[in-house]
Ligand binder design. Structure first.
Ligand SMILES: *[C@@H]1O[C@H](CO)[C@@H](O)[C@H](O)[C@H]1NC(C)=O
Ligand SMILES: *[C@@H]1O[C@H](CO)[C@@H](O)[C@H](O)[C@H]1NC(C)=O
Length: 401
């Protein structure tokens, strides 16, 4: 197993070096996606969903704090007052659905699975010195890697819900999709927040694919390190429900043309939605929006979200920003970017039957007033092929093939 992984990597790196640059060949990392929204009876566990949203929100506060540390200025979209500080009990399992795949760390390379999160910028893995909170995960051990370097600097990612990931910062060679970053800084956790413990959280670690300004370590994130090394055929990555593509986009997995919108604020993958529609009716105009593969739902301000559900007969609020809709609801919900509309398939918006009301289904658009922007998470991203283009500071959307 170990040997074959090494061989694959050797083979991949050989191909990268042998391939002429003009071929524009990036590499694909297959994605596993696990959705754990239902309880044992097949109903949506609304309490779990609410915890998932709370964790996502605390992640944003962490990012804003890092941004301020790194740049000396407040993130323009950061709220002046923390609204969620007192909410959430902590020590809860994160039940966000998540997208994850393999990366390789050290010499010889060891395989780790990581959650691909475009809404943060740091990489952390469980360390061999981790306490029992890392049990069940693959552990990073500096003694197994000839290129490991222990900076002996501590790190803490303190989530606002009371949980934290803490440990030591290391550097080592880290590769993804066949491209290796030398001296990549990452956190080796000596203690995992309950939300990241196995098997509630299947991947070993988390890989942030946001911009350097959000790094809590003040370090260059992995993808930006690859860009800085000038080794990618195209300085972007493509994400769709079946794979993360490093170094461009996979022509086999989308159809039609891409619509591009500029990154309006570096940090998160932030842009503007040019309109939000329900059944052909405009619900919102230009809306500040963040594209986040590490958030399950679509989160929006309560005023607009309420106006949205007001248009759906039989819908009603079920607490903490969630709404129920009749299970038969299938009107077209679309988000306009530039000159294109991208529509949610009903199965991505309709999360499933509500545990308290078998005739009602839970909607995937959730009200939250912590921030002055919308967050488009998996409920949106499952419907598109997305290009995160660092080189041109833009986000592209196309229809999945
Ligand atoms: C890697 O980083 C460490 C610590 O920052 C530094 O001492 C070392 O020289 C770096 N090595 C390379 C090859 O850049
Ligand atoms: C998007 O859809 C809405 C509602 O059907 C429509 O009014 C709008 O013109 C569409 N926008 C584009 C660019 O096609």
């Amino acid at each position: 197993m170990y040997l074959s992984t090494t061989l694959i990597i050797v083979a991949l790196s050989f191909f990268v070096e042998a391939a002429p640059r003009s071929l524009r060949s990036g590499f694909a990392i297959p994605i596993s996606k696990r959705t754990r929204l239902h309880d044992a009876n097949g109903f949506i566990d609304i309490a779990k969903l609410q915890r998932g949203v709370r964790h996502s929100i605390t992640k944003y506060y962490l990012g804003f704090q890092a941004y301020q540390q790194n740049t000396g200025t407040r993130h323009p979209s950061a709220p002046l007052v923390k609204r969620s500080e007192k909410r959430g009990a902590g020590h809860e399992t994160i039940v966000e659905p998540y997208w994850y795949g393999s990366i390789f760390v050290g010499t010889p390379p060891k395989t780790f699975t990581v959650n691909f999160d475009t809404g943060s910028s740091d990489l952390f893995l469980p360390s061999s010195t981790c306490d029992s909170s890392c049990n069940g995960h693959i552990l990073y051990d500096t003694s197994e890697s000839s290129t490991a370097y222990d900076s002996e600097a501590p790190f803490v990612l303190q989530y606002g819900d009371g949980s934290a990931v803490r440990g030591t910062l290391y550097t080592d060679d880290v590769s993804m999709g066949g491209y290796a970053a030398k001296n990549q800084t990452f956190g080796g956790a000596t203690s995992y927040a309950d939300g990241f413990t196995y098997p509630g959280w299947l991947p070993d670690g988390l890989l942030g694919l946001g911009f350097p300004t959000l790094s809590g370590y003040g370090a260059m994130p992995l993808f930006h390190n690859l860009v800085a090394q000038g080794i990618l055929p195209t300085n972007s990555f493509g994400l769709c429900p079946s794979e993360l593509y490093i170094g461009g986009i996979n022509d086999q997995l989308y159809k039609g043309d891409f619509t591009y919108v500029p990154v309006t604020q570096e940090g998160y993958w932030q842009t503007n939605t040019d309109g939000i529609y329900l059944g052909g009716q405009k619900i919102a105009g230009t809306t500040n929006t963040i594209i986040d593969s590490g958030t399950a739902m679509i989160l929006g301000d309560s005023k607009t979200v309420q106006a949205f559900y007001d248009q759906i007969p039989g819908s009603y609020p079920t607490g903490d920003g969630y709404y129920s809709v009749p299970c038969s609801f299938d009107s077209e919900i679309s988000f306009q970017f530039g000159t294109s509309n991208f529509t949610l398939q009903p199965r991505t918006f309709n999360l499933g039957t509500h545990s308290d009301d078998p005739k009602a289904c839970v909607g995937g658009i959730v009200a939250n007033d912590d921030f002055g922007f919308w967050i488009l998470g998996d409920v949106f991203l499952e419907n598109v092929y997305t290009e995160f283009d660092v080189g041109n500071m833009r986000i592209g959307f196309a229809l999945p093939a």
